[in-house]
Design a protein around this ligand. Structure first.
Ligand code: PGA
Length: 259
């Protein structure tokens, strides 16, 4: 069975470096004997150097990055962070296209597509988020929306090598299930994850479709994590608010050990 991937998305938390270090250290202590599970912590950019210095069996990720690797004749890109900067800091994973960035910052599928391409070309692992809104789900549009998002966000990577494509992870995050919305049922998540695997196989090849890791995100807690993780086709979970409590996150991580 493929290693389960447990990703902590801290979002814009915690408020201070001191708290970030504390949270990381408590998580590290609670999961020090974890085996056969990939644990990835994605703090805000500003905490990455401090967390890196304490890294052990936990991998480091960021919550976004820019689509150029350096200042070029296309621009100097004030405020942006490049994939090579992240790599230099020890990051191995980059979350891309989170729905909160689409909603509040106006990130488009075209921008996300460029980011996925540059991240994979830098041999970092891209965690591409896709998911439907409540309205789209209620209108019976989920599959149509997922297909469109996936095709648009992966357009520029069709020509990449199989080795580079192996670094692609998809996070199925139904937008209505993030935060207070409550989780999606396991059967619905599974159905959509299998659908995404089919689309990947159709756009790339059967092997990539079969081997791609697709994880679920949206209201994961220690109470429901096992139900998702026990499914062979759900390759892990992306955890938001529950990743800010060390005990809770450690408990989610330990659920993956029971499989
Ligand atoms: P949540 O967030 O676990 O707080 O629902 C998940 C996410 O947005 O990645």
């Amino acid at each position: 069975m493929m290693k389960k991937i447990i990703v902590a998305n801290w979002k814009m938390n915690p408020a201070t470096l001191q708290e970030a270090k504390q949270l990381f250290n408590s998580i590290k202590k609670s999961i020090k004997n974890i085996k056969n599970t990939e644990v990835v912590i994605c703090p805000p950019f500003v905490y990455l150097p401090n967390i890196k210095s304490q890294i052990s069996n936990i991998k480091l990720g960021s919550q976004d990055c820019f689509w150029e690797n350096s200042s070029t004749n296309r621009g100097a890109f004030t405020g942006e962070i490049s994939p090579s900067m992240l790599k230099n800091l020890g990051c191995q994973y980059v979350i891309l296209g989170h729905s909160e960035r689409k909603q509040h910052i106006g990130e488009t599928d075209e921008m996300i597509n460029k980011k996925v391409e540059v991240v994979l070309k830098n041999n970092l692992r891209a965690i591409l988020c896709v998911g439907e809104t409540k309205k789209e789900r209620e209108a019976g549009q989920t599959k149509k929306v997922l297909k469109k998002q996936l095709e648009k966000c992966l357009k520029k990577i069709i020509g990449l090598s199989n080795r580079q494509l192996a670094n692609l992870i998809i996070a199925y995050e139904p937008i209505w299930a993030i935060g207070p919305g409550g989780p999606c049922s396991v059967s619905e998540a599974l159905e959509n994850i299998l659908f995404l695997k089919k689309i990947i196989a159709r756009n790339f090849n059967q092997k990539i479709g079969k081997n791609i890791s697709i994880i679920y995100g949206g209201s994961i807690t220690s109470q429901n994590a096992f139900d998702f993780l026990k499914e062979k086709e759900i390759n892990g979970v992306l955890v938001g608010s529950a990743s800010l409590k060390a005990d809770e996150f450690a408990s989610i991580t330990k659920q993956a050990q029971k499989i």
